[in-house]
Design a protein around this ligand. Sequence first.
Ligand code: GLY
Length: 330
Amino acid sequence: MNSTDVRRNFLEFFQERDHTFVQGSSLVPHDDPTLLFTNAGMVPFKDVFIGNAARDYVRATSCQRCVRAGGKHNDLEEVGYTARHLTLFEMLGNFSFGDYFKEDAIKWAWELSTERFGLDPERLYVSVFRDDDEAFEIWKSLGLPDAKIYRFGEKDNFWTMGDTGPCGPCSELFYDLGEEAGTSSEDVMGGEGDRYLEFYNLVFMQYESRADGTRIPLPRPSIDTGMGLERTAAILQGKLTNFDTDLFLPLIEEVRRATSQTQFDEQGQKIARQVISDHARTATFLIADGVLPSNLGRGYVLRRIMRRAIRYSYQLGIRKPFLHTLVPLV
Ligand code: GLY
């Protein structure tokens, strides 16, 4: 399934279940000094979750471009070296603002994954927050054996958007890419390896973290989810990495074509192609949303991203200005 169809199928699935389609917003969060970039699909809905704003719908679905290259969620240094980290990705989300809660969120995530996307249930694993017996039981009722429902702590299964804002325990879906994706001691559920790929996160929004360090209950328990488009496309295209999907291959090929005399071995060249392709996407989208390279804040993060891409291009033997030639492909 190509990435356009992954995106379309997700959004249609939730529209068929009475979710209003909402356009993704800018990477520069509107009126939110606590955030450098839009880093999750829930960011445009933050005020709705905490009860400071209302919409004329209680269910929404969106595809939100996200950047995780500064602040709490920062994957910059990982990019290029793992199969799954990106500084820019598209997050598909379904949201409930005080409407449905855990049971429907879990049930629909399973139905979407196994029926609409046809994923093999044998390859699916899930995690829940350590004492979330309710989520555990809902997964069990869908047929998952106890051994495939993992309980993790705050680090893995309590989602916060930043130091402040709405937050809550979460439940994640993982796809076993098989031994081909990795066999190290980290290629286990909860490990840092690439074998068990987390592709869908269901957050049970219940609290708001305040600047003074306290956590207060939200006015209404809500749902915030995020499915990674690039990761899901990789699974559905039978690939082991984001960079082997239709979203990246044209960029990877263009960098390969431009590569000249280089000191890098094959593995080093591969990493460089992945870094440059990821960073070209991020720079293009950030500039399109009004961020320009500078010495400060967002502009400085963009400058670091561009500088990293240009350094890797130089190390691939590319001596002419190159990064901008990837923009039409992005
Ligand atoms: N807000 C859910 C996530 O980013 O995973």
